[in-house]
Design a binder for this molecule. Structure first.
Ligand code: NAD
Length: 515
């Protein structure tokens, strides 16, 4: 088949009345379907359990977004069995059929783009542009992995040995567990799932209990697109069912994106061989970050202020890529702090359904965690913006908060807060700044603002992160252009949206025939 070259999905311009109205209309439609029940899917069959749970609108927690059914060990086992059964046939389907399914799903999502945006706004509190970016990235993953799968299928051995015909084929692994986080509940959830299935694996997908509705609607779309029974099995619930799936002798690989704590637990358990297990379980882990932006005195200060403000506070800092440390050169430190605090205090906080820039954080636990870190920050530095919760319709709102004069080793400079909290650290110069930036157990994203080619060259070599950006924000990775994944305890550097990603879901088989 002939595919057009990959191109990133364009962003929707919500400054036009037409697009804004269309989004408001989509929100109206989604609102009329709030609270609806969603089934689990096991072997293509819709299933329910006796244990219901709800996802709520973080802007108005009294509002139930979706009603779901919590899976237990029995459903986990049934889902794995169904995936195993489906694997026997799915692994023999052609790559072009599998890629075709992804492209069909991508075009269906494109048609319902704003509907998915609306569900993201209501379920996780994304403003219009953030929701649009999540849906766009989801489409990009499907389009990109469809093409990458075909490329991988066309792979050849580098050398033909004289007197033989040599083949190299990338074959699927088997049944995988896919466990996404709540913060990119569409793109990351669908991206990991589709990378696994396009390469011929079958999966058990367990979404985050904070964002189960988006995932359920995605699985329903995949079924509508022609997904055979058992290729994606959907089970809902939290850590318990997560463990029941990942700690099963039939699970060949685990694709996980989430916190360091859970990722390392999965990694440790995956290293144990369970009775009956016939392979070494593979883990693909994308974890947290404590991402730094270095601001040098020779840069465009206003551009740096803008880049830091949006990197730190876009979607309330609830991105693994979010800037949570800004390291500022001594000679511009005071000016930078003043301008940054002034810029950030202009951010509006309110209902994302009204397209307010900063919505709520995801839940009560997240709100409390950030407030606890604010108390820690007060003992570690100087509060220069925010610092309080905001009371509005019971939503989980917080002011964007900045602490200056933070020591590089202090807790809010070392621990991932995953909320609207930024630490400002003073540097004595570029060597010092690089040392501070690299003094972390993480290594996901980073950025440098400078006009010096020499510093850019040094950062390219010495700033130890998986995704490095120069004179721009450190969030907003684009599929294909910025393959995404981190160093150190930020994960296995799997590079989602990159040319090596699908390899992680395959094993290579070499076949030599004497001629
Ligand atoms: P989380 O680790 O709390 O949960 C992630 C998923 O794991 C959820 O589906 C959860 O239900 C499940 N889970 C929890 N405990 C489990 C267990 N013991 N066994 C199996 N599954 C279990 O993370 P979160 O709050 O959903 O997401 C935020 C985190 O994700 C942050 O740390 C963020 O930096 C990280 N993140 C990383 C990337 C990346 O690409 N590196 C992208 C997005 C988010």
């Amino acid at each position: 088949e002939d595919f057009t070259p990959f191109r990133n999905e364009p962003f929707t311009d919500f400054t036009t009345a037409e697009n804004k109205n269309a989004m408001q209309e989509a929100l109206g439609v989604a609102r009329s379907a709030l609270g609806q029940s969603y089934d689990l899917y096991i072997g293509g069959r819709p299933e329910r359990t006796a244990k219901k749970f709800h996802s709520v609108n973080p802007a108005r927690p009294a509002e139930i977004v979706g009603t779901h059914f919590e899976a237990g060990p029995e459903e986990a086992q049934a889902a794995i069995d169904a995936a195993q059964l489906a694997f026997a046939t799915w692994k023999h389907t052609t790559v072009s059929d599998r890629a075709g399914l992804l492209l069909k799903a991508a075009s269906m999502i494109r048609e319902r783009h704003l509907d998915f945006c609306a569900w993201l706004t209501l379920e996780v509190g994304k403003n219009f542009a953030e929701a649009d970016a999540d849906v766009g990235e989801c489409i990009d993953f499907l389009e990109f992995y469809a093409r990458e799968a075909l490329k991988l299928d066309a792979a050849t051995t580098p050398i033909q040995f004289p007197g033989e015909r040599n083949l190299l084929r990338y074959v699927p692994l088997g049944v995988g567990a896919v466990i996404p986080p709540w913060n990119f509940p569409f793109a990351i959830m669908a991206g990991m799932t589709c990378a696994a299935i396009v390469t011929g694996n079958t999966v058990v997908l367990k979404p985050s209990p904070d964002a189960p509705t988006i995932a359920a609607r995605f699985v329903e779309l995949m079924i509508e697109a022609g997904l055979p029974d058992g290729v994606i099995n959907l089970v809902q619930g939290g850590p318990d069912v997560g463990r029941a799936i990942t700690e099963n002798a039939a699970i060949r690989f685990i694709a996980f994106t989430g916190s360091k704590k859970v990722g390392l637990e999965i990694h440790a358990n995956a290293a144990k061989t369970l009775p009956g297990q016939r392979f070494i379980r593979r883990t693909i882990l994308e974890l947290g970050g404590k991402d730094a932006i270095i601001v040098e005195a020779d840069c465009d200060i206003d551009a740096a202020v803008e880049g830091v403000a949006t990197s730190a506070f876009g979607f309330n800092g609830q991105k693994c890529s979010a800037c949570s440390r800004v390291i500022v050169e001594d000679s511009i430190y005071d000016v930078f702090c003043d301008r940054l605090a002034a810029r950030v205090s202009k951010f509006e906080v309110g209902d994302p359904a009204e397209n307010v820039y900063l919505g709520p954080v995801i839940n009560e636990v997240a709100k409390k965690r950030v407030l606890d870190y604010i108390e820690i920050g007060k003992t570690e530095g100087r509060l220069i913006a925010g610092g309080n919760a905001i009371d509005k319709e019971g939503g989980y709102y917080l002011e964007p908060t900045i602490f200056a004069d933070i020591a590089p080793t202090s807790r809010i400079a070392q621990e991932e807060v995953f909320g609207p909290l930024l630490a400002v650290i003073r540097s004595k110069g570029f060597d010092d700044a690089l040392a501070i930036a690299n003094d972390t157990e993480y290594g996901l994203t980073g950025a440098l603002y400078t006009n010096s080619r020499e510093k850019l060259a040094r950062a390219r070599d010495e700033f130890h992160v998986g995704n490095l950006y120069f004179n721009r924000k450190c969030t907003g990775a684009m599929v294909g252009a910025h393959p995404f994944g981190g160093f150190n305890l930020s994960g296995t550097d799997s590079k989602a949206g990159g040319p090596d990603y699908l390899l992680l879901f395959t094993q290579a088989k070499s076949v030599a025939e004497k001629i």
